[in-house]
Write a protein that binds this ligand. Structure first.
Ligand code: NAP
Length: 317
């Protein structure tokens, strides 16, 4: 017997803070809700040591907040399955989400696929990934107890995670391509005060060196053009984000850089397709903003589905 095709009211793609909140709002509004995620719930929160700018918690470990949000998302009946969405096909009143092994169908879709860490693209980065090269201080920091690590970047992530690494490493050197950090002032002040953190300014990493594991970085001073070798046991790369929107490039919803554009209801150029959180073209990418986006989209999806149902009922009458 053939499976009866199930059409969800809403499918949320991605279970970071935005997606989990959208699933909570949608299911609490009685929408049949499916959460599709290809990794573990929590998204980038799982790679974040302490979150201290999410209201209600003076400080909470990223994985702990992930678990709390996941439990919250499921309390009103949202289903959660593993799924890596390769494409969305817009059949107008119905959206088809194509994964490797099957298609899922929904009246509306909320894209919450987030963003991933940019790669430096230098020699040694891919070769030594997992052998001293890391993009996640929470996951790998403890391997560098009493060791020297280099952190690349000058934004919130580099400075915050660099400071976090001092609880393991004997020394953390932040290498930044300019002479001024981009990170929030409070994070900068904390790093400047930390005796284990030092900075190398106006410099870029040209190569990550080592045979079996990282033994250092080859640096270039961009003002003088001089090269130098810095010994290190690990390199943590935090140079920004790229949108996880490859699967949606067939739709007219992304800008040139791949970020998804939405209106104030989080609706994209395609009716019934919403986008939230880090994958959205937005000015601030935080847990709090993703959660805010998720609540707006969950509510907007409810209104969209209600109107769609009314329209379809009228057509049938
Ligand atoms: P980001 O803010 O885009 O900063 C990237 C940093 O890497 C910049 O300092 C940039 O230098 C540098 N960079 C970029 N490409 C480089 C390259 N090829 N070589 C060397 N350096 C390079 O990225 P992020 O720090 O990952 O943060 C991403 C988002 O998450 C931001 O919106 C941030 O505010 C947010 N976030 C917030 C918190 C928090 O609130 N506690 C924590 C983490 C992240 P330039 O400065 O010269 O451009």
């Amino acid at each position: 017997m053939e499976d009866i095709k199930k059409v969800y009211d809403v499918i949320v793609i991605g279970a970071g803070p935005g997606g989990l909140t959208a699933a909570l709002y949608a299911s609490r509004s009685n929408l049949s809700t499916l959460l599709l995620e290809k990794g573990i719930p929590g998204g980038q929160m799982n790679n974040t040591a302490e979150i201290e700018n999410y209201s209600g918690f003076s400080s909470i470990m990223g994985p702990d907040l992930s678990m709390k949000m996941y439990e919250g998302a499921k309390q009103f009946g949202a289903e959660h399955v593993y799924g890596d969405v390769k494409e969305i096909i817009d059949h107008e009143t119905e959206k088809e989400l194509v994964t490797a092994d099957k298609s899922y169908f929904a009246k509306s879709v909320i894209i919450a696929t987030g963003a991933e860490h940019k790669k430096l693209g230098v020699k040694g980065e891919a070769e030594l990934n997992g052998r001293g090269v890391s993009y996640c201080a929470v996951c790998d920091g403890a391997f560098f107890r009493n060791k020297h690590v280099v952190v690349v970047g000058g934004g919130d992530s580099a400075v915050e995670e660099g400071t976090y690494l001092t609880q393991f490493a004997s020394k953390v050197t932040i290498v930044h391509r300019r002479s001024e950090l981009r990170a929030q002032k409070i994070l900068q002040d904390r790093a400047f005060k930390n005796e284990k953190v030092d900075f190398i300014w106006d410099s870029v990493v040209e190569e990550i060196t080592g045979e079996e594991k990282v033994d250092g970085v080859r640096l270039k001073n961009i003002n003088t053009g001089d090269y130098s070798q810095l010994e290190a046991d690990g390199v943590f790369i935090y140079i920004g984000l790229l949108p996880n929107s490859e699967s949606f490039r067939n739709l007219p919803i992304t800008n040139q850089e791949g970020w998804i554009e939405t209106d104030s209801q989080m609706m994209t150029a395609i009716p019934g397709v919403f986008a939230i959180g880090d994958v959205r073209d937005t000015v601030l990418r935080q847990v709090a903003t993703a959660v805010g986006d998720g609540s707006v989209a969950g509510n907007a999806a409810y209104q969209y589905v209600e109107e769609l149902n009314e329209k379809m009922e009228k057509q049938e009458a």
